[in-house]
Design a protein around this ligand. Sequence first.
Ligand code: ATP
Length: 528
Amino acid sequence: MSEPAENVGEPKLSKKELNKLKRKQDKEQKKMANEGARQADGAADVEETDVSEGKYGDFLLEKARIQAGASAVFTDVAELNEALDGQEVLVRGRVHKSRSKGKACFVVLRDAMATVQVMLCVGEAISKQMLKFVSKISAESVVDIRGVVSRVEGGVAGCTQKDVELKPVEVYVVSMAEPRLPLQIEDASRPQSADDERATVNLDTRLDNRVLDLRTATNHAIFSIQDAICDLFTGSLKKRGFRQIHTPKMISAASEGGANVFAVTYFNRSAYLAQSPQLYKQMAIAAGFKKVYTVGSVFRAEDSNTHRHMTEFVGLDLEMEFKLDYHEVLVTIGNLMIDIFKGLKADFASEIETVGQQYPAEPFEFVEPALVLRFPEAVAMLRAVGAEMGDEDDLTTANEKLLGRLVKEKYHTDFFILDKFPLAVRPFYTMPDPEDPRYSNSYDMFMRGEEILSGAQRIHDATLLLERAKLHQIDIEKIQAYVDAFKYGCPPHAGGGIGLERVTMLFLGIHNIRLASLFPRDPKRLTP
Ligand code: ATP
């Protein structure tokens, strides 16, 4: 057997001798570390023996592995409760905050959305030195604590684990945070309120320091809900026989032949980032896939600096073949949205409540089946309260909001579908209404008065598609591949695209789409 690399050229040692040497080296290391700590902490503690020696310090992965052996079972902070009273547990978390008072030190340990109080008191097991070491661990540092769960009469205020606290036996710093933080997690967690003068964190500071900002319980809740929206979208469509597809994000020509695309260098030519997976969803339908959906990034080179636009967002897109009427698809999408709302309400009540504590909002209301209004009905409702608009005008943002309020008052729902948009305001590939040429077989869906989905029956006939494209003065060469997809027979179909971040924002009633995007991209922000 070959020698270990470090022993080359040294006398060969037996296993026993190696172990002895290692123990000696460990002892020396510990001695040096203690010496360093003593020097740093001043002379006061030097004389006293440290009853906690070896039970705190910086974490050395190798050492921890040796100490823990196979028995290192970590318990989540969220799982600490009365049932574990008296038991020793090992937990990992961050120092949320700490405060020393005489011979005691109170640390709030945070792990995702859960917090627990850790209480150290100088005594038989905890030395003054250990207390000092723990009290100096900076906020946000990651620590491992082995400690005894202890029931607390009357509960611990300000922690999620109210019935218990942890009395540590060992404390190790796994990763020390720099002492100066660009934002305080407590400030970033605070609701903005006119009556509260305590600090809050503005949006730019949050987004500039997103890694820290995302640590708040509110953000954990927002992104758990976003995860659930994706799961519910996928689950509900799978249940209805849809198949997931993945579409290219780099394309050779702009998706709708239009502007607002990002150009990228593609070897010795240009390519574009896809504005929508629509063409590919439709090609899948032309290929006989019947019902498809896809979840993926969508890029828009629009200089829209609003609370609801980003330059990159996640599209939840679906496309479906129908037999007789595009309302088969409209109803499917309506039911899909209801499945999402119901799933969130049923399983994410505590996350919704957490978000609501920082961003108060009326609970999201919906009716089942989803309310469907026709465009002319909406125009009539708006005109009845004095809004001015022509029969075939598109809805302005202000009218969308107003309509949302009117619908909520009359039908008690924050979600509705608006069917039969004027043909003139929809893209060239939208199927005209065969009964009234002023309108189209297209629809939008709204949450709290803002658009979350745009959809339509698409023209599946290449000749009609060309005719409509010419009417829209679209350069045919640029959309030839799209037109060609319908030359070899394609069933009638309809679909739509939903913005994941918009659904997240509007379901929760938070005021800016950037809060519902992990690392938002907008015309002014490309980092972090
Ligand atoms: P809007 O009128 O709000 O700008 P749009 O009509 O351009 O939206 P579509 O192209 O139909 O939107 O996209 C479908 C869905 O994708 C929208 O209903 C919305 O949920 C989402 N979406 C569109 N543009 C953006 C964007 N810039 N940022 C975030 N989400 C978007």
